[in-house]
Design a protein around this ligand. Structure first.
Ligand code: GRF
Length: 195
């Protein structure tokens, strides 16, 4: 934890692989003077991730990690997390699965956002499955990461109606706007009840 303006702030590391819209919304809230957290570090496994532009523009410390050998990649990340006194990890479109060992080291300190109403539709291609199953609702979930995929305790969930003419693309686009609102709120909720 860091003291900024005499107040304690939670140090967050955001893990990304791509676009980074959730990172952006997490970052935006942290710019608020009374924010309870700061984005201290961004970890990215993809040198070409669009999200890195946001990181550079905002002058956030970042590390790109080559994931060819997962064990080595995770050791590097763990080193940086320690060095930067990270209290909380937020996965935001991070396309690598963390090892059990890694998760154990940050037990109950890793959050993720998933584009479905968990426990429904864990894993990939959630929007496709929602359309195929003719669901009336979909949504997104921020949850704690445990060793089972998309299965940890739910922090916050938002429901969204599936419209008659929706396809995978329109669903993803509409849901992303909701995701971007929900993630920072979920972080604040998590901080106030757990940290
Ligand atoms: C989001 O849809 C999130 O739910 C999923 O990956 C996507 C990341 O989007 N886990 P972005 O990179 O934050 O724009």
């Amino acid at each position: 934890m860091e003291k900024l303006n005499g107040k304690k702030k939670i140090n967050i590391a955001v893990f990304i692989s791509g676009r980074g819209t959730n990172l952006k919304s997490i970052l935006n809230l942290s710019k608020n003077k009374n924010s309870k957290y700061i984005v201290k570090l961004v970890i990215c496994n993809n040198n070409n991730a669009k999200g890195l532009k946001i990181v550079k523009r905002n002058k956030i410390k970042f590390q790109t990690v080559n994931y060819e050998i997962k064990r080595k990649a995770e050791n590097k990340i763990l080193f940086s997390l320690k060095k930067n006194n990270i209290d909380l990890i937020c996965l935001a479109g991070f396309m690598k699965i963390l090892s059990k060992k890694f998760i154990k080291k940050y037990k109950n300190r890793i959050l993720n956002i998933h584009p479905s109403l968990l426990p429904k539709y864990k894993g990939l291609n959630t929007h496709k499955k929602v359309i195929l199953n003719k669901e009336k609702f979909t949504g997104c979930t921020v949850h704690i990461v445990n060793s089972k995929l998309d299965s940890g305790k739910i922090i916050l969930q938002r429901k969204m109606k599936v419209l008659k003419n929706d396809n995978e693309k329109t669903l993803a686009k509409r849901l992303l706007i909701i995701e971007n609102k929900v993630y920072p709120k979920a972080i604040l909720k998590f901080i106030s009840t757990n940290l």
